[in-house]
Design a protein around this ligand. Sequence first.
Ligand code: NDP
Ligand code: 8X3
Length: 256
Amino acid sequence: MHEATPIAFITGATSGIGQACAETFAAAGWGLVLTGRRQARLDELRQQLGDTVPVHMAALDVIDREAVERVVDSLPEPFANVRLLLNNAGVALGKGPAQEANLDDWHAMIDTNIKGLVTVTRLLLPRLVAHGEGATIINIGSIAGHTPYPGGHVYGASKAFVEQFSYNLRCDVSGSGVRVTDLAPGMTVSEFTQVRMKGDRDFAERYYEGTHSLQPSDVAAQALHIAELPPHVNITRLEVTPLCQQWSAFTILRDT
Ligand code: NDP
Ligand code: 8X3
């Protein structure tokens, strides 16, 4: 018999999609383990959520393997019985051409989007497998994992990793009851672009100007849908974009 209040463990809950997921899952009656590096943001979120559902906060950098181990090993009841892992923490850094990119930015994206994600996953997997039926891992990928664009380089590649890792993970947990989904959003208004452009708020505002982009809550609604599907249903990949975002044709370079 499973717990009355399902527990979701969310990385990067201090902003954007992760924060919207915290709000959406709380409204649906889920208990929450909320993590992110910014303690002040976690404190604000705790105030905002009040005591309607059980909430456990932990300031956590997913790059720090020992810190992830400490947080996972010290989860108090009822938070130890994790039903959903939402691997959301992620960054894009820089949008210039690869040949001008900062190598530290590339390493930081790999450390966060790939190594951080696999660390949290590996350390929580035994709990998800122990939970069994209904347990879910949602990895936040991106349309950038499928569709290359100038300046996407390591960010897009890291999200391609997220997609393929999700599929391979699903093979390994087969028979355990654990479901795995690559939830791949397109353009979503958050702090994402400001972080990518190293705090350039004007660039970020111009980027979203005149668009009807996804809101973080649009993505959170998809995450809740995935998590609350009947336990025999696994969405392998769900790509969601705003209507205003389209593919474009191949660029052809001509001699003249
Ligand atoms: P935000 O910048 O608003 O949020 C990113 C979150 O990740 C923050 O909560 C941040 O918290 C957390 N984070 C970053 N680095 C770390 C780290 N090392 N350890 C722990 N937490 C970390 O962006 P979004 O909400 O848009 O991004 C969320 C996810 O969605 C990312 O994986 C992103 O790649 C993906 N995505 C975003 C899209 C978009 O257009 N916005 C589209 C497709 C995918 P803190 O700084 O407090 O640690
Ligand atoms: C973020 C979407 O298109 O800005 O993952 O790279 S995009």
